[in-house]
Ligand binder design. Sequence first.
Ligand code: NAP
Length: 246
Amino acid sequence: MSELTGKVALVTGGSRGIGAAIAKRLAQDGADVALTYVSAADKARTIVAEIEAAGRRGLAIAADSVDPDAVTAAVERTAAEFGRFDILVNNAGIFPFGPPEAVTVEEIDRTLAIHVRAVFVASQSALRHMEAGGRIISIGSCLAQRVPHPGVSLYAMSKSALIGFTKGLARDVGARGITVNVVDPGSTDTDMNPADGPDAEAQRSFMAVGHYGSADDVAAMVAHLAGPGGRFVTGASIAVDGGYAA
Ligand SMILES: NC(=O)c1ccc[n+]([C@@H]2O[C@H](COP(=O)([O-])OP(=O)(O)OC[C@H]3O[C@@H](n4cnc5c(N)ncnc54)[C@H](OP(=O)(O)O)[C@@H]3O)[C@@H](O)[C@H]2O)c1
């Protein structure tokens, strides 16, 4: 029996990159896994097929994290179709970049809606279903810990909000046997931040290890927190960043 056998997980933004790696890893570890996406329906279906090939139930849900009703509906549908709800991974994200003078109010609202409001709303909904052993894991960023270059003030602001949220919610639900943590990835090779992109060399110079991580590196930490080994870890911000924040 695998560590997550009998558990049900939802990963937001599970169609590509880090979220897809997390969805597949949780399924390998025994969980049934739903995932949300906003536009990449084909890629979401491919990840579901891989989950099913691992012998688990998979479900792709179109849900734009900008819309709180869609986020709530995704949690409710996961619980209804799979019959319980154990693990929420708040992963969906975007990368606004540029000088603060160029940032519009619409970009601020959109970024905070996806990175902050959706995380709160999904967690509220998930907590209505979770029993002891429940897990809420959010994907933050190393840029919440250290900002070694310009252009990311909006992104860093939105990701640092997860640290306060995580600490506060951990206090709210600890007595129920539910843990809440944030995983802060460093430069991770995905569509958002390709290891051969224009800023990749500079990012390598910021990390102790001198190279990008993989989405599987982040998924491994999420799987640990989701499993029984994570039962005494809560309210924590955990860097998986090759020493970016060192
Ligand atoms: N890559 C890095 O270096 C890095 C470093 C630190 C933190 N992170 C964080 O890690 C998380 C995943 O990043 P990634 O690198 O895997 O990005 P990615 O490759 O661009 O994938 C983003 C995922 O989020 C989904 N998504 C985007 N906007 C959404 C919305 N409005 N509603 C629902 N889903 C949405 C996408 O869905 P579609 O496929 O449908 O577009 C996709 O599944 C993000 O929170 C990011 O901030 C990444």
